[in-house]
Every structure is written in C-alpha cells, then in structure tokens.
Design a protein around this ligand. Structure first.
Ligand code: TPP
Ligand code: MG
Length: 786
C-alpha cells in the first residue's frame, strides 16, 4: 500500500537518525565499514522509547496533512529526545531554527555528532528544540501541560505521548480528569496517546501488564473513548494506527462542532489511544544472552560496549545497516515518499507558533488602574489607622476586572485547588465561573462549561496546565494555600530550568510570567494547625540566581494591589506573592505602595527616627504588624531610643528587592546603616533570608533574624507568633537589650522592662488557656506613633 510504504520509510529514516545520534561520531551515512573510531566514547541516550515515538510522529504527520490539523506535540518521556530531534530534522524545522544544521549531509553530521555531547545538544528534550514546551526530564507532566496549551485555542490539537512508566506517576494519574474542565466549544483538544511499550528503566509497567479489558475499562471510566493500537497483534498496525487517528480527529471535530452549535448534551467523550509497541522496536533482539528488544534492557543504550567489544560492534553495525538509510537520503533530499509526509511549513509540529509564543500568540494584558481598588482607609499615619482590609479580597476584585477587560482576548485564567472561596478571591465569580463539563446540579454554585477559573484538587494538574497555558502565550495565576504549594515545588523548579534556558533562545517569543499567590499563610493557620504551617515554597524560588524570580511580601492591601499589577505585567519571570486573606491595617498610600513594590524595599518614615540606634526590618504582613507594634511599645517605654523601620516587600533570586531593582552592595547601608544592630522579622524560615544577607557580607553579630521556627500547633493567632518569637513582645525585648548595650537605658531599667514583658507573655499564655482566644487589645491593636 502506498500510504504504508511512505510511513514505513519515514519511520525507518527516523529510527536510523535516532539510533545514529546515540552511537556515531563519524561515518554518519555508513558509507564505510563501522570501526571503533566511528563510535562515541560515551554512549549517552535512551533508545528504547524512540521507535514508538517515531511511529507516532510519522502517523501524526500523515493525519495533519490528511485533515489539515493545527497540531503540537508534547512528549512525556523527554529522554526520547533523539526521536524528537530526528523528526525535527526530517520535517526541516531543525534547519529552519538552527543554522548549524542545514538539511543536508553536513547538517545531518552535526546533528548526529553533537547529540549528548559537551556544548552540543542535551540528551533530553529542551527549550532549544523547536516545538518543545516540556522537558520531560522529571516525568509526569505531559498530559496537564497539553491541556493547558489547548485552553482558549479552539483550533489546536495537542497530541500528547505519555510513557507507560510516566503514567504511573501521581501527576499523570490525576491529569486524566482534566477532560472534565475542557469545554469543546471554546477550547482545543488533547489527544492522549498512552505509549505502552511495556517497560520503564528496569522492569515492566503496570499498564503493560494490564489486559485490554482493564485498560479500556479504566479509560472509559475516566470519560474517554479508548482506541487500542497493538503492534503485537495487529496484522497491519500501520493501517490500524492511521484509521484510529482518522477516527480520533473526526470525533474531536464532531464533538467540537456539536458544542459550538449548542447540540452537545452529554459530557464529551474525547478519544484517546493506547499504543502497544515493543520497547526498542526493530533493534537488537538479544545480546550476551540478554533479551533487549521488547524488554526494559533497551531503555537506554544497547550494545553499550560497541567501541571495545567486537560482538557488540557487529550487532550495532548489523542493526544500523538494517534501516538502509542510504536508500532514503541522498545527502540532500529524502525519498519522495518521505517528503510527502512532511506537512506544510505552518503545519509542522516543530514549527507550531503556539509553542514559540510571542506575537500574535502573546499579547500583554490590559490592566485596570489599581487606584480604583485601593483601600480607601488610608489616613494620617500619625493617627491610629482607620479600618482594615483583606488583601485577597482586593485582589479578587482586581482579577475579576482583569478578566473582564481581557474578555475578547480570552488570555487570562485563574487556577485554584478548590480554594477560590477559601482564599477570598471569589469576587471573580461576579464575572466568571468555574469550568465544569460533567453534570451540574441545580444547587451548584459558580459552575459553567466555559468558566475562566480552573478548580481541581490537584496542584500538579493546575501547575502543569498553567505552564502549558503560559508557554503558549497566555497569562495565568495559581492561588494556593501557602503550605501546600510545596507539593509542586519540584515542578516549579523544573519550570525555572526551562525558563532559564528559554530566555536565551532567540527565536522564542515573549511569554508572560508564571505567577503564584500563596495565601492562607502559616501565621493564620492557627486553627488548622501544624500541617498547614509551611512557608518553604519560596526557598526553591529564591535559590534561582539571576534576574527572573521575585517573591513579594505585601504588608497591606495597597501593597498587594501594587504587587499583583506588577506581576501581571511582567514577562519571563516567576513571581510569588505571599499574603494573608484576613483584614489587616493599611500602612501605605497607593502612591507609596507603588514605589515600595517597584524597588521592593523602603524605609517607612512614620515609624523611623533619624540617626537610629537600631534598625528593625520585616517582610510579610503579620511580621510587619508585629514589628510596628514593637516599635510603638519601645517608643513608649524608651523615648530616647531611636529606631528605623525598613519594609522589605520583595526578595529576588540572590538579593533584596525586586529582580530589576535589586539592592546593590553599596546601597545596602542606605537601609541598614553601616554599623547599627538590625533585627529582621521574616515571614518564612529564618534561613531563607539569612542566605541572602550572607551575600551582602552581613556579620551575624549585627543581624538577628526572627522567623518561622517550625513551632506550630492549633492555637491562637498571636500565640503562633509568640511560639516562633516573631511577636511584638519578643521583638521589643530584643530592642530593650540593644538599648542597654548602647547605654540608652541602665541595666536595671533593662531588667525591669524585660521582666515586665516576660510577664506579659506569661499572662497572655494564661489568658488563652483560660479563654481559648487572644485578648481584644492584641487582636484589635492599632498603631500609635508615640
Ligand atoms: C518523576 C521521575 N521519577 C523517576 C525518573 C527516572 N526515570 C527516567 S526514565 C524512567 C522510566 C520511564 O518509563 P516510561 O515512561 O515508560 O518511558 P519509556 O518506556 O517510553 O522510555 C524513570 C523511572 C524520572 N525521570 N522522573
Ligand atoms: Mg515505557
């Protein structure tokens, strides 16, 4: 059959190119007999998964041409990169993007020789490869990334190849449910292809040993229409795969058509493919008495001693020659039948514009002026502050209007693990709803097929979708309980790696920043207890040296508004905002807030004296409130003791302040003086900010850091702070000691004050044990300047 001939030739060529990348450093077209000098010294790569990837890619190309589909390809097992690279070369995209690799014999030699080579190409999928939006080094994220990419892209299909080992991961297991968030009327489709090659690194996969009936029942239960393509049992697997893909694309289009016409009355049943192929298909069946093909032994390099062992060398040569690559490529062109499977320029998966982002896929958000939302209760700060505001409620209102303003562009979404209400940003539901495609009940709230809020109790799925959405040119925000963001710390790290490299790739267009809000913070998880108290997510983010990570600590609602506006207009960064959802005093006017957040650090004059004896600083809302309360205590107790207060509203990878305006070494003393003692009250673990101070050359004798010391429980809000010594009384006692050191007060007076405040702590403890809550004078504390 003509179609089969072309596909078979295409796969042969792709398989050869995949294998040759792993082994060859010369004799790339096998013009000469293979000798050890032709074989790389270090054989680094993964062969086993490649033939199944090539089979899939070839068939997708055929389907793209037959149905004129706008398709992108997400590969789960990123170690199958030789196959990606082979296909990019075959379809011409590699040459289009990488001047080192023209589509001829010389380019081929570069591509093969430079694979897994120092300063050449990496062994895994990577941002330098066109069409790639997922590294796939850490497995599990292909399906959620694919779902994110097709949101609000109604014409797009993301073909997602998921490893059967990858499919054992938690993130993949949960991502199957994302079909329940995808409205076919307004979004594109994901075509999941579960690559059941039966094995992972060193053993069988569960999916590989499940029967067709079990697999069909499983995926039917998830709401898919599974199609099995079995290379072991099909008489003609090429025809079978082609017809399954035709059916799948027609089914996707029919579902979308019905949804767009308004005639889809049941949850959509999207197709998915279960592809059974032998791992290491068409290679060395057995060597050294070990089964390689169709076994886990083919996962990485087979015939791994080819350079030194003649039997391995002979097996390798026989295998590589079995593809007869010279029949398929004349050094300038591929065989006509292979060329017939290369889609047009704009339809090639490696050249899919969504995967590059930039114009026209990325457009900046239209942002409302924050002044319409700012807390109005700002007053003369020498007076008691009038009123309190919830930062999260303000942000909710702001996000509602951001979504409204960008309604036509459909390019911003909110991702939440079931916490939009709990985190108090539910003002967004005045404009939009939660996406939900499965049955609705009359008593459900805020559900719609086409909601812009994606709620699912899977931080992994949300993070994956957010990445897919942002990398394809759109904007998003993941709002989470602070403690449970840790669940996706590693995903955030992997994304940071991708972003770090992607930022240097010239043909990658602008992408929005990846934005997180961490709320329901540990300081106010006194009711939920120890398990809900964990400020560690920011640590990994702040480890990223360079200029693309920011962590904002807005101390009031006006600062929070300034920070969210900055985050949503920034590009190619990772931004985290940490802020509480309960009402707190307003400290800054809107203009002050905007200036503070731009720089990320500021001396607050209303709480500062000239020529200070000491400096207090804080980062975070509750820590700031406690420092300011401590300052007012100390001012009252020791009027002659002069203090400065520095508010840190942003940290960035490797520094104080925002990434763009990081505090430079010579500026450090503008805030912290040259030699005065400094006490910093920090929102997170003390070590997190200590490592930043270390880089400024801070001596530990001058700086003391208070922060979350892992002392938590179910208790009162103020006791949470007392237990970790970030409360006003402990901070004030620190200042008393410094006043004594600098002879502002006598030792005797210092002792009296210390005992007085230790007694206050004792009384507080007795009070909460008796009454179960903090006393009103603490809960309703208001600032008084003197
Ligand atoms: C989260 C994660 N855990 C472990 C690994 C180590 N690892 C690399 S490949 C692999 C097996 C993958 O099997 P599968 O998904 O079936 O890929 P394929 O068979 O297509 O090579 C494992 C466990 C990893 N990369 N990521
Ligand atoms: Mg596998």
């Amino acid at each position: 059959m003509h179609m089969n001939d072309a596909i078979l030739k295409y796969i042969r060529a792709a398989d050869y190119l995949s294998a040759a990348q792993i082994y060859l450093q010369g004799n790339f077209l096998l013009a000469d007999p293979l000798i050890p000098e032709h074989v790389k010294t270090r054989l680094l790569g993964h062969w086993g998964t490649c033939p199944g990837i090539n089979f899939t890619y070839a068939h997708l190309n055929r389907a793209i041409i037959a149905h004129d589909v706008e398709m992108l390809f997400v590969l789960g097992p990123g170690h199958g990169f030789p196959a990606i690279q082979a296909n990019l070369f075959l379809e011409g995209t590699l040459s289009q993007y990488d001047a080192r690799v023209p589509r001829n014999a010389a380019g081929l030699a570069t591509m093969l020789g430079q694979f897994s080579w120092p300063y050449g190409y990496p062994s895994h999928s990577n941002p330098e490869a066109p069409g790639v939006i997922l590294e796939g080094g850490e497995l599990g994220y292909s399906l959620s990334t694919s779902y994110g990419a097709v949101l609000d892209n109604p014409k797009l299909i993301a073909a997602c190849l998921i490893g059967d080992g990858e499919a054992e991961t938690g993130p993949t297991a949960t991502a199957w449910h994302l079909n329940k968030l995808l409205d076919p009327a307004t979004n594109g489709a994901v075509l999941p292809i579960l690559h059941v090659n039966g094995y992972k690194i060193s053993g069988p996969t569960f999916f590989g040993r499940m029967s067709d009936e079990e697999l069909t029942a499983l995926f039917t239960g998830y709401g898919y229409e599974p199609h099995i393509v079995d290379a072991y049992t099909e008489e003609d697997v090429q025809t079978r795969m082609a017809s399954v893909l035709d059916t799948a694309i027609e089914a996707i289009r029919f579902t979308q058509h019905c949804a767009r016409e308004g005639t889809l009355h049941n949850p959509p049943k999207w197709p998915m493919i279960i592809l059974r192929t032998p791992k290491g298909w068409h290679s060395i069946h057995e060597l050294d008495g070990k089964r390689l093909e169709d076994n886990h032994n083919s996962h990485q390099v087979i015939a791994e001693f080819a350079k030194t062992n003649s039997e391995h060398m002979a097996a390798l040569e026989t295998w590589l020659r079995s593809y007869n690559f010279d029949e398929l490529f004349d050094g300038l062109r591929f065989d006509d039948q292979i060329e017939s499977l290369v889609p047009t320029l704009e339809r090639r998966m490696g050249n899919n514009g969504h995967t590059r982002s930039g114009a026209p896929y990325y457009t900046p958000l239209l942002l409302p002026d924050v002044s319409a939302y700012v807390a109005t209760a700002t007053c003369n700060l020498d007076d008691p502050i009038c009123g309190t505001e919830s930062s999260m409620e303000k942000i909710g209102a702001y996000l509602r209007d951001v979504m409204k303003l960008n309604a036509d562009a459909r390019n911003i979404r909110l991702f939440s693990p079931d916490e939009t209400y709990s985190n108090k940003i539910h003002a967004v539901f005045e404009y939009t709803d939660r996406a939900f495609m499965w049955p609705h009940r009359s008593w459900d709230k805020d559900l719609a097929h086409d909601g812009r809020v994606l709620e699912m109790l899977s931080e992994h799925s949300l993070q994956g979708m957010l990445q897919g959405y942002v990398l394809t040119g759109r904007h998003g925000l993941l709002v989470s309980y602070e403690a449970f963001a840790q669940i996706i710390s590693s995903m955030a790290d992997q994304y940071a790696k991708f972003l770090k490299i992607a930022r240097t790739v010239p043909w990658r267009g602008t992408v929005a920043s990846l934005n997180y809000i961490l709320t329901s913070t540990g300081w106010r998880q006194e009711h939920n207890g120890f398990s809900h108290q964990n400020p560690g997510f920011i640590d990994g983010v702040l480890q990223r040296q360079g200029d693309f990570t920011n962590v904002y600590f807005p101390a009031d609602a006006n600062l929070a508004l300034a920070a969210i506006a900055r985050m949503l207009s920034s590009v190619e960064a990772i931004n985290v905002m940490v802020c509480e959802k309960r009402p707190l005093p307003i400290w800054r006017t809107p203009a002050q807030a905007a200036a503070d957040v731009e720089k990320g650090i500021a001396v607050w004059k209303f709480a500062s004296d000239e020529d200070p004896h000491m400096v207090f600083a804080s980062a975070g809302d509750y820590p700031t409130q406690e420092v300011l309360a401590a300052i007012s205590i100390v001012r009252r107790e020791i009027p002659a003791f002069r203090m400065r207060y520095v508010n840190i509203s942003a940290l960035s990878g490797g520094g104080l302040g925002t990434a763009e305006h990081r505090v430079l070494h010579h500026e450090f003393q503008d805030y912290f003086t040259a030699n005065r003692p400094v006490r910093i009250n920090f929102h997170g673990y003390p070590q997190t900010i200590k490592q930043i101070l270390f880089d400024y050359g801070c001596e530990s004798s001058r700086f003391t850091v208070h922060g979350y010391e892992e002392s938590g429980s179910t208790t009162t809000a103020f006791d949470m702070m007392v237990r970790n010594r970030v409360d006003r009384f402990n901070l004030a006692m620190g200042a008393f000691a410094l006043a004594e050191d600098q002879a502002v007060i006598s030792a005797q007076e210092a002792k009296r004050l210390r005992e007085l405040y230790e007694e206050k702590l004792r009384l507080h403890r007795a009070y909460i044990i008796e009454h179960g809550d903090d006393p009103q004078d603490i809960t309703n504390w208001i600032w008084q300047s003197r």
